[in-house]
Design a protein around this ligand. Structure first.
Ligand SMILES: [Zn+2]
Ligand SMILES: [Zn+2]
Ligand SMILES: [Zn+2]
Length: 277
């Protein structure tokens, strides 16, 4: 009996640690802004109504910033109250909140993605604050007010951080790096993203790339890369990333190129990228 309980505990523990693994796209989406894992619960923060969407966000701050910067100031954000689990919906147009339901929505600006929360009203916000020592009442901001404040500091990146090409039209190949200094760098494709990653080395906190088949964001670490295919892209040698090995192989069969993993690519970047010229 004791053994059974122990085994169960172990199994459950294992199962939950797998579910929370940041690179497990079976159970997680990735925040479109910062690359943090967003567990698939059906109550995640979701952005729709923008070209690259639907995309997911880890917290209300990432959602506001992304709609303003990558969404061009438009889109619909659906979130769920941290205590009530009730839906909160924002319709954003021309950089303004056109509609917000409920109008009492309030955000706890906790200082990091993990600590930013949204509530349907102040009462719920205060209830949360009372239970958590790190949360202070003055960090509760009405959603509309906060949105306008973020808008003032929004800094849309319209060109690739590596090669300066216009990012428009690169939705299916985008590569995003978040540095330890909280700088966010968007590249047109994995080619540029990998060079940037190589340059930044241990300054990189998270890196996410895009599955060329589905447009889904995936952890750069887990992606499969095809370098040097006949199918050209913005940069040379063309570098595509895939979530599934089978997709990468099918692509390679059709378009040529070499299959690589991230670590091996980064440690031989000069050679791999030159080799295919
Ligand atoms: Zn985020
Ligand atoms: Zn580029
Ligand atoms: Zn490129």
């Amino acid at each position: 009996m004791k053994h059974l309980a122990l085994t169960l505990c172990l199994l459950l523990g294992l199962a939950s640690s797998f579910a929370q693994s940041p690179y497990d796209s079976e159970h997680n989406h990735f925040c479109h802004r910062c690359g943090m894992a967003v567990p698939k619960t059906g109550k995640e923060i979701k952005v729709t109504g923008v070209k690259q969407a639907p995309w997911y966000q880890c917290c209300p701050m990432c959602a506001f910033k992304d709609v303003l910067e990558d969404g061009g100031g438009k889109g619909t954000i659906t979130a769920y109250g941290a205590i009530s689990k009730k839906e909160i919906k924002f319709t954003i147009k021309d950089g303004k909140i056109e509609k917000m339901q409920p109008t009492t929505a309030i955000v706890l600006v906790g200082g990091s993605c993990m600590k930013n929360k949204i509530f349907i009203n102040r009462k719920n916000g205060e209830q949360f604050v009372a239970k958590h020592d790190w949360a202070k009442n003055e960090m509760l901001k009405p959603a509309k007010q906060l949105f306008m404040k973020i808008k003032k500091n929004a800094n849309p990146q319209s060109t690739c951080a590596t090669c300066s090409v216009d990012l428009k039209g690169h939705e299916k190949t985008a590569f995003v790096i978040l540095t330890k200094e909280k700088k966010r760098m968007v590249s047109c494709c994995a080619h540029c993203g990998l060079f940037m990653m190589h340059k930044l080395k241990d300054k990189v906190k998270r890196a996410i790339t895009t599955d060329f088949v589905t447009g889904e964001l995936i952890a750069a670490k887990k992606a499969i890369y095809v370098v040097g295919s006949k199918l050209l892209t913005c940069c040379s040698p063309p570098t595509y990333s895939f979530k599934k090995k089978s997709d990468a192989e099918a692509f390679q069969k059709k378009n040529g190129g070499q299959i690589h993993q991230l670590d091996e690519l980064l440690s031989n970047i000069g050679k791999v990228m030159k080799h295919h010229h």
